[in-house]
Ligand binder design. Structure first.
Ligand SMILES: Nc1ncnc2[nH]cnc12
Ligand SMILES: [Zn+2]
Length: 333
């Protein structure tokens, strides 16, 4: 049995495995510029965030109907549950779909079909977080939030993703204020490729409660002191950071240093179909690379539930599961 954990940084579009992409392409009459799944997988070599985003957005062409979004979420939930994910807070990118003529209602209701049965079928509780694409305009973000209004009963919060450098958080001041007035929770990607000042700005201007990535926080000691003092959770994604070359290798990942600095770290998968692993794979890989002890891994799992947008009853039940978890004993050789 794997360690119970919450996944707090997961783009549902980033769970599109090549096999499902080809299946949906055939169903929807979409031609993919790859001969087969093997050729597509070979394209998963990225130089940076933008080179990944180019493929990520182009492959979304296969997602057209509610059934497609349902199938996408269903496949993710099955894989996540098998790796010990007990609670998932799932990002989606409505503008990447509305720009292709797919209405936001198709996206949210399609995902919702799978999420509605996630607890009974997979034992996973879920939340949805609507992300604004930061390389689109502030007006487009406002229009997106407006279009989401009929679906807000399904959405717990807003986030900010896509190409970071050159698109500082302050551009989205107004839409975050609007989201706040609608009672939505607030998170944002910051400090993945962008400077630590973007993390500070996301806290000061957008009022975010969690920082997605926050990888570059250690470059600014004052910021670290503030994040530690205020117990601001960071949703780190180790395999993503290696694949997008934000770090040179897993053993060079700053997770251990961040934990030692007292930061509230969590471990997540980001876009697991593209980066070589789901939540449990990220725990296993970074745990091995940084020689994290069982108790350090338990601490990361505990943080994931502390940082989740859960009611106190649910949170307490999950924390008790983490506390009671028994790690498998390694064989004596
Ligand atoms: N790692 C990431 N950073 C920014 N935007 C994203 N969209 C999907 N994955 C992303
Ligand atoms: Zn992300």
């Amino acid at each position: 049995m794997p360690l119970p954990k919450a996944e707090l940084h997961l783009h549902i579009e980033g769970t599109l495995e090549p096999e499902l992409a080809f299946e949906l392409a055939a169903r929807n009459g979409v031609r993919l510029p790859y001969a087969d799944t093997e050729e597509l997988r070979k394209a998963y070599l990225f130089d940076d965030l933008q080179s990944f985003l180019d493929l990520y957005y182009s492959l979304m062409a296969v997602l057209r109907t509610e059934e497609d979004f349902e199938a996408l979420a269903e496949a993710y939930l099955a894989r996540a549950a098998a790796q010990g994910v007990r609670h998932a807070e799932i990002f989606f990118d409505p503008q990447a779909h509305t720009a292709r003529g797919v209405p936001i209602g198709t996206v949210v209701e399609g995902l919702g079909r799978a999420l509605d049965r996630a607890e009974s079928r997979h034992g996973v509780t879920t939340r949805l977080i609507l992300c604004f694409l930061r390389d689109k305009s502030a007006e487009s973000a406002l229009e997106t939030l407006e279009a989401a209004r009929p679906h807000l009963h399904r959405i717990v919060g807003v986030g900010l993703d896509s190409a970071e450098v050159g698109h500082p958080p302050a551009k989205f001041r107004e839409v975050y204020a609007m989201a706040d007035s609608l009672g939505l929770r607030k998170v944002a990607h910051a400090g993945e490729e962008g400077p630590p000042s973007y993390i500070t700005e996301a806290l000061d201007v957008l009022g975010v409660e969690r920082v997605d990535h926050g990888l570059r926080a250690l470059e600014d000691p004052e910021l670290v002191a503030r994040l530690v003092r205020d117990r601001v959770p960071l949703t780190l994604c180790p395999l993503s950071n290696v694949r997008l070359r934000a770090v040179s290798s897993l053993s060079a990942h700053p997770l251990r240093r961040m934990m030692e600095a007292g930061l509230m770290c969590t471990v997540n998968s980001d876009d697991p179909a593209y980066f070589g692993g789901y939540a449990g794979d990220n725990f296993d890989a970074v745990g091995a690379a940084l020689s994290l002890s069982s108790e350090e891994l338990r601490g990361l799992a505990r943080n994931s539930f502390l940082a989740a947008f859960l009611g106190e009853g649910e949170r307490g039940r999950y924390l008790a599961e983490v506390a009671a978890y028994e790690f498998p004993t390694p064989p004596v050789s």
